[in-house]
Design a protein around this ligand. Structure first.
Ligand SMILES: [Zn+2]
Length: 553
């Protein structure tokens, strides 16, 4: 078992074959974690027994004897009793604060296939007998794909009560006439940048709001910094108990300003990277406004918070059948979905990304949308330039195998959500038209990070890890435990351009780590979701400690 330390690295650089740091070469570490199975996610030294933390950094990784030798009188020593120590997990894609504005009606069969149209209408009719405030509910694909005029159907059962139905996955919303009236949405409303209003044959609004038009949720009850602080604070606690030390927040349905105020009020424990929705930062049809907002916000973000993006949704999903596919959707001859942006707009998005320092994130789901993106990227700049920009593809569900080489060449990072790999076939052929892909991304040299794509109740990284190592619908695509844990740590750091600072346990890296309750590299797969952290450390500071881990000197 080798020993690497900052001093050791310097030693190697100056040509010493074996340089072992003495404690005199370093200031005194405040913490030694010994007697552990340390998984480092560092190819130079994948496993070790002990880790030394000094200030906010890791200063040594090696054997018990080597690391213990660095301790001084004030050093705290924790005996991990053989438990797994891992780099802190990085949640690379989550949504927070996007709940419905009033408590939703309960609907059967969620998430898939969700209520039938008749079940949804009956529930609304029942509620409308007693309610005057907004009736809200989540619905699934059976309602989202039903082509009836939903405004008229809802008006028939709720003529005087505002009604708002939302696909649980976002991307589609339905409002009745009273709802449109209360929201101040008039017949002549223009389509927003990146979205559109559904209309019937006569051009009248049919109650559907697609993509960026969905910002109506926030108009019903605008997000407040106070409410967001509570949501962020609860999430931080939950994440700390799973050993998550960094969170990539996909910031939809609210402005960056209110999100940053909410984060500041929540007192960030983990490291947050906010990818803000481009369409939320623009008041007009000017794409560049989104970058201006992000550039300005990035300069005054709270401690532990970084601002990246913007994130643009280039298309919808196969669930509501709006992601742009090469082939027509089942049951809808000639319909291949649609793009949220014109060619000219997509070109401008990419040109702005080339010109500005912040990292571009793109929700791209349809295979044809991916082709269109790759074509335009290749036209606009050579591959090495794009590789330096490290553009993110959120989801990666629709990248055709024949496009892997181009995706790898352009240096695109795929953030995959293992929960998507378990979506049942009802979600639509589009989701399963191609092989489900996870391991093949890795084999093709496409950098991979993992995220839950969850709301507040679906964030468990170890549930996602279980899905990543099983891939129930395509077991050949399963990752090994080590690959999944690497994607959840070093992979997440790479996806946000922080791979030289965090995501590994190696000297000089941030002391972001977790001691896990069970060895996720060896336990039976069904036990994975029950994993918790016993000790979670961010920048050398303990943010969660289970009393079972007692100091031992
Ligand atoms: Zn998402």
């Amino acid at each position: 078992m080798g020993m690497t330390t900052v001093a050791g690295r310097i030693g190697r650089l100056v040509g010493c074959a074996m340089f072992v740091a003495s404690s005199a070469a370093l200031a005194e570490p405040q913490l030694l974690l010994v007697n552990a199975k340390v998984f480092t996610a560092d190819p130079a030294l994948p496993y070790a027994q002990a880790v030394a933390v000094e200030g906010s950094r890791i200063v040594a990784v090696g054997s018990n004897e080597q690391v213990r030798a660095l301790g001084g009188p004030k050093t705290r020593i924790i005996d991990a009793a053989g438990r797994l120590v891992t780099p802190g997990l990085i949640e690379a894609h989550v949504h927070l604060g996007t709940e419905l504005p009033t408590p939703p009606l309960s609907m059967p069969n969620l998430p898939f296939p969700g209520p039938t149209p008749e079940q949804a209408l009956a529930a609304v009719e029942q509620a409308a007998k007693t309610r005057k405030d907004w009736i809200t509910a989540y619905v699934g694909p059976l309602v989202a794909r039903d082509r009836r005029n939903w405004r008229k159907a809802l008006d028939a059962v709720a003529p005087e009560t505002p009604v708002y139905l939302r696909g649980f996955w976002g991307h589609t919303s339905i409002v009745n006439s009273e709802g449109l009236k209360r929201l101040g949405i008039a017949e002549d409303i223009a389509d927003p940048l990146g979205g559109w209003w559904g209309r019937d044959e006569s051009g009248r609004l049919d109650g559907r709001a697609y993509e960026a038009a969905e910002t109506i949720t926030s108009r019903i009850r605008p997000a407040t910094a106070e409410a967001l602080a509570a949501t962020f604070g609860e999430s931080q606690k939950r994440y700390a108990r799973w050993g998550v030390t960094s969170i990539h927040l996909m910031n939809n349905d609210k402005s960056l300003e209110v999100t940053l105020a909410g984060l500041a009020a929540a007192k960030p424990q983990q490291k947050w990277t906010v990818y803000s929705w481009g369409t939320w930062q623009t008041t007009a049809q000017r794409l560049s406004e989104a970058w201006a907002v992000i550039d300005a916000a990035g300069k005054q973000s709270p401690a532990k918070v970084r601002v990246e993006g913007p994130k643009w949704m280039l298309d919808g999903t196969p669930i509501e059948q709006n992601s742009l596919q090469r082939a027509a959707y089942d049951g809808r001859p000639g319909w291949r979905g649609r793009s949220n942006f014109s060619d000219a707009q997509l070109r401008e998005i990419l040109q702005l990304a080339l010109a500005r320092p912040s990292q571009l994130a793109l929700h791209v789901v349809g295979d044809a949308q991916t082709d269109r993106l790759l074509d335009m990227m290749e036209q606009l700049a050579p591959a090495p330039v794009w590789r330096s920009k490290r553009v993110r593809i959120e989801h990666g569900d629709g990248i055709g195998r024949d496009a892997f080489e181009r995706v790898a060449g352009l240096g695109l990072v795929v953030i995959q959500n293992p929960t998507h790999l378990a979506i049942p076939p009802i979600a639509g052929k589009g989701m399963h038209e191609h092989d489900i892909v996870l391991k093949s991304f890795r084999n093709a040299g496409i950098p991979l990070a993992l995220g839950s794509d969850g709301g507040p109740s679906e964030q468990n990284p170890f549930l996602n890890m279980m899905l990543a190592v099983l891939v129930p619908n395509a077991p050949a695509e399963a990752l090994t435990r080590e690959q999944a844990l690497t994607a959840y740590t070093a992979g997440g750091a790479y996806a946000e351009g922080e791979e030289k600072r965090k995501g590994r346990l190696a000297p000089g890296f941030a002391a972001d780590l977790a001691v896990l309750s069970q060895d996720v590299l060896t336990i039976p797969t069904p036990q994975l979701p029950a994993t918790t952290s016993l000790l979670t450390i961010v920048d050398g500071e303990v943010i969660f400690a289970d009393p079972v881990l007692t100091p031992a000197n």
